[in-house]
Design a protein around this ligand. Structure first.
Ligand code: CP3
Length: 317
């Protein structure tokens, strides 16, 4: 999940001097942003500072981040011909700067603090590539998916190979766990997830698993088809707050789980926040294989002290 970000004063100070893409492109700066929240929060793992959309640069889609508006794709994919014309991408060469940041951050962390590498899942990446930015309805994505099934599968197939190899390269560079983010899979019907998406996530996860480190498969809004989501693969299944942790655990069977405090609770009264934190822990009931986490990323308005208080409770304070 996002650890760095606007809630953190030292991150805002870095961002005052550099754009988001500059921070990502410059391994020393990316490693610095990776380490910032670790010292502050006392969490048990670090996540490399990067973005799921970085592969769009070597894919030639044109990536930028506009203040307050999120990602913008200059040349979104709207036709089968554009899919056929996507250039080959070699993560070792074309995303070498991320791998350099992974090496630096992994070396700088204490041995008991693993670094998590990550990538976007084929569906979530395709949705940005087609929409050209954030969307509420996913209308263009869904239209493409149903109008052009061959091109859709070609696109997700390309993305699956790319992110699978990219995750493997991050493990080779020193990441000790990998996370695949299917942040927007929850916009799909169970039928469309199974028929048009699942096999591509499975392929990406298969490639990632062959790197030999634990793989976390994260999504939001996946409760209605969680068993299918879990069946795509991953050693750990990440869930958001829309489903109680114990119920989600029943759906995924004999597998580890990550989650699932609502990040918005960090904005409210401290008592309620800590009570809900304990509730997540109660539902995990000390069964092995629970990674306590937020159900999604930290919101920019979040007070640092609220995060620190949650970490303390999770650590048994
Ligand atoms: O510690 C960390 O923050 C790890 C690095 C990280 C970033 N993005 C940096 C970033 C991670 C893990 C991501 C993943 C990511 N990026 C996802 C998947 C996880 C999720 O949140 O669902 C997605 C969907 C993206 C795409 C993306 N990047 C969006 C939608 C935005 C805009 C968000 C906003 O509030 O405007 C970004 C920008 C981005 N990537 C920020 C950070 C810290 C925002 C802060 C900034 O502008 O400096």
């Amino acid at each position: 999940m996002r650890q760095a970000g606007r809630y953190l004063p030292e991150y805002r100070a870095l961002r005052a001097k550099h754009s988001l893409l500059q921070l990502c492109h410059e391994p020393e700066l990316a490693a610095q942003a990776t380490l910032q929240p670790i010292a502050r929060l006392g969490v048990d793992a670090a996540i490399i500072f990067a973005d799921i959309l970085l592969p769009f640069e070597p894919l030639g889609l044109g990536l930028s981040f506009a203040a307050g508006e999120g990602p913008q794709i200059a040349r979104p994919i709207r036709s089968p011909a554009q899919v056929a014309q996507l250039p080959p991408v070699d993560p070792e060469r074309d995303l070498a700067y991320v791998l350099a940041a992974v090496r630096l951050a992994a070396r700088a962390l204490p041995v008991d603090l693993p670094l998590i590498g990550f990538a976007g899942a084929p569906f979530t990446l395709a949705s940005y590539a087609i929409e050209g930015g954030a969307t509420r309805t996913f209308a263009l994505t869904k239209r493409f998916m149903h109008d052009e099934p061959d091109a859709w599968h070609a696109l997700l197939g390309r993305l699956a190979e790319l992110v699978g190899r990219y995750l493997g390269a991050q493990a080779a560079a020193g990441a000790r766990a990998l996370q695949l983010f299917d942040s927007w899979a929850g916009c799909l019907s169970p039928e469309d997830y199974r028929g048009l998406v699942q096999r591509h996530s499975r392929r990406a996860l298969e490639l990632a698993l062959s790197a030999g480190v634990p793989v976390i498969h994260f999504g939001t809004g996946t409760a209605p088809f969680l068993a299918d989501f879990a069946a795509a693969g991953g050693d750990v299944i990440g869930v958001d707050w829309r489903v109680p942790l114990d119920e989600a655990w029943r759906d995924i069977g004999d597998r580890a789980i990550q989650g699932n405090l609502d990040p918005a609770l960090l904005l409210g009264p401290r008592d309620a926040l800590l009570e809900r934190t304990r509730d997540v822990l109660r539902r995990a009931a000390r069964r092995p294989g629970h990674i306590f986490n937020l159900g999604h990323g930290v919101l920019p308005e979040t007070p640092v002290e609220a995060l620190q208080a949650v970490v303390e409770v999770v650590h048994g304070g």
